[in-house]
Write a protein that binds this ligand. Structure first.
Ligand code: CA
Length: 443
C-alpha cells in the first residue's frame, strides 16, 4: 500500500529499461480450427518493469477487453504492429499473449458517402467487424460487438439515425435494428468470429438512433436484444451509458430499462478517469444497478495517457495544455498502468462486476512525417477520427473538425507499433508485480 501511495504522489517513476525486457510466454498452437482455444497466458508474465498491485478476488473469467476497431484501417495506412521484441506480429496475437480475452469492435450501418468514400474512424461496417472477429478468433479472443445504430460516431452528444432509416417511424426503425443486428451477427459467425457480448447502442444517455424518448430508445434496444438472443444465444446482451459522475442518472436509466422490460444482461459504463468522477462513485453506481435489478456490470470503455505528447499532428484530448481534466496519474507508462489497474479493481469490486474494456488501445499514429502525409492516409483509409467525406452525413461536427487521432497517446502501443509495458497490466493484476520503485520527480 505504501508503494501505491508513493506512486500517486511522486508522479514519475524511474523506468530503467525499454520494453525489450518484458516477457511473453510461448502460446503458439498448431492451427485455427473453429473452436476457441485460449491463447491467454496461464501464469504471470515475467520481466515487466512496472509496479502493478494485485487486484484481490479477481474472478478467473473476468473480461479483459481491448477495443481494436481501427486496426484494419491502421494496417491499410501502413502501420506495422510488433511484439515486445520489435518483430512484426499479428496485433491480435500480441493482445492475447498479454492477458487480453475480448476484442471490442464498433459497427456502423453505412459509414460511406454516395461515392463510396469512408467517413473515417476505421470505416467500421459489418464487413469490417466480421474481418476483425475472424482475426481475433484465431488467437482465442471473443468479440464484444458494439452497435451504434448510426452511420457514424454515437455518444452522449449525438445519436444520429442512419441515412437509409431517416424517414422511418419508430416501428420501421425497430424492424431495421432487428434485421441489421441479425444480419451482422450472422456475418460475424459465418466468418469465424466468436461473439461473447453484444452492445445494443453506444453511450445511449437517453437517446438512440434519432429517438429521444425512453419509449423509443427501449423499443430499439429490445429489437436489437431479440436479434442477439436468436443468432448468438450464448452471448451476453449489454447496454452502455456514459457519465457515471452525473448523480442519479444510472439509477434512472436502469429504472427506465426495467419499466420497459428491456431484455439485457450487462449494464455497462464508460469510465475515463480524467472526466468521469471517482472510482468509488463508479463502483457505487454500478453496484446499485446490479443489486436493484440483478444485472451484471462492467466498464465498457476506459483509457489513459502514457505521454502528454502528440505523435500524428492531430492534437490530443489529453495533454499538458488541455483544460478541464482531472489528472490523478502522471502521463507516463506507469501512470497509464496505474489508471488501468485501478479501473479493473473498481469494476471487480462492484456487485456482479464482470470486466473492463480498454478503448482503442491499438489506435496509434499512421506514421507520416507531416500532417499532410498523414491526412492523405486518414482520407484514403479512414484511419483518422473523421474524413472530409463525413460532411455528407455529419456536417456540423465531423464535417467541420475532421482529422486524425486524438488518443494516440492513450494507446497501449507506442508510435513504432511496439506494445507498451502497460499492456501487461491485464495479466499482472492477477498476480501483482512488486518491483522496486523510485521517484523521479514530484508534481
Ligand atoms: Ca494525435
Amino acid at each position: 500500500m505504501k508503494k501505491r501511495l508513493t506512486l500517486f504522489t511522486a508522479l514519475a517513476v524511474a523506468m530503467s529499461l525499454a520494453c525489450s525486457a518484458c516477457g511473453t510466454q510461448n502460446v503458439e498452437r498448431s492451427a485455427f480450427c473453429g473452436d476457441l482455444e485460449s491463447f491467454a497466458p496461464t501464469g504471470k508474465l515475467e520481466g515487466n518493469e512496472l509496479f502493478v498491485e494485485k487486484v484481490e478476488s479477481l474472478p478467473d473469467d473476468f473480461i479483459m477487453g481491448v477495443d481494436a476497431s481501427l486496426v484494419i484501417a491502421e494496417e491499410q495506412s501502413g502501420v506495422i504492429y510488433r511484439g515486445f521484441d520489435g518483430a512484426e506480429q499479428d496485433v491480435f496475437k500480441t493482445l492475447a499473449e498479454n492477458g487480453v480475452t475480448h476484442i471490442r469492435v464498433r459497427v456502423w450501418v453505412d459509414p460511406y458517402d454516395e461515392n463510396g468514400n469512408g467517413y473515417g474512424g476505421g470505416n467500421n461496417d459489418a464487413d469490417k467487424a466480421a474481418e476483425i472477429g475472424a482475426r481475433a478468433a484465431k488467437y482465442g479472443l471473443r468479440l464484444i460487438v458494439d452497435f451504434h445504430y448510426s452511420d457514424f460516431w454515437a455518444d452522449p452528444g449525438k445519436q444520429m439515425v442512419p441515412k437509409a432509416w431517416k424517414n422511418m417511424d419508430l416501428s420501421e426503425k425497430s424492424d431495421e435494428v432487428y434485421k441489421f443486428t441479425k444480419d451482422t451477427l450472422k456475418k460475424i459467425n459465418k466468418e469465424g468470429g466468436v461473439v461473447g457480448m453484444v452492445q445494443v447502442g453506444n453511450e445511449t444517455n437517453g437517446s438512440l438512433c434519432g429517438e429521444t424518448s425512453w419509449d423509443g430508445v427501449c423499443e430499439l434496444m429490445s429489437a436489437g436484444s431479440r436479434a442477439v438472443r436468436e443468432v448468438c444465444p450464448e452471448a451476453l446482451v449489454a447496454v452502455h451509458f456514459a457519465n457515471p459522475e452525473h448523480s442519479g442518472t444510472y439509477a434512472e436509466y436502469a429504472k427506465q430499462l426495467n419499466d420497459h422490460d428491456v431484455d439485457y444482461d450487462v449494464f455497462g459504463s464508460s469510465y475515463y478517469p480524467f472526466w468521469h468522477g471517482t472510482l468509488e462513485n463508479l463502483t457505487s453506481v454500478l453496484s446499485n444497478v446490479a443489486n436493484t435489478y440483478n444485472k451484471k456490470v462492467m466498464v465498457l470503455e476506459t483509457s489513459y495517457a502514457h505521454t502528454p505528447d502528440d505523435t500524428d499532428f492531430n492534437g490530443n484530448t489529453v495533454s499538458d495544455s488541455a483544460t478541464g481534466l482531472t489528472k490523478n496519474y502522471p502521463y507516463t507508462v506507469q501512470g497509464q498502468a496505474n489508471a488501468l489497474r485501478d479501473v479493473i479493481e473498481a469494476a471487480a469490486k462492484a456487485t456482479n462486476g464482470i470486466g473492463v474494456c480498454y478503448w482503442e488501445g491499438t489506435w496509434i499514429t499512421v506514421g507520416g512525417a507531416s500532417r499532410e502525409e498523414n491526412k492523405a492516409l486518414w482520407e484514403k483509409y479512414g484511419s483518422g477520427w473523421a474524413s472530409s467525406y463525413s460532411a455528407a452525413y455529419d456536417p456540423n461536427d465531423a464535417g467541420k473538425y475532421y482529422g486524425g487521432c486524438a488518443v494516440d497517446n492513450q494507446a497501449l502501443f507506442g508510435p513504432d507499433g511496439v506494445p507498451l509495458a502497460s499492456l501487461q497490466v491485464f495479466n499482472l493484476v492477477r498476480y501483482g508485480n512488486d518491483v522496486g520503485v523510485e521517484a523521479e520527480s514530484v508534481e
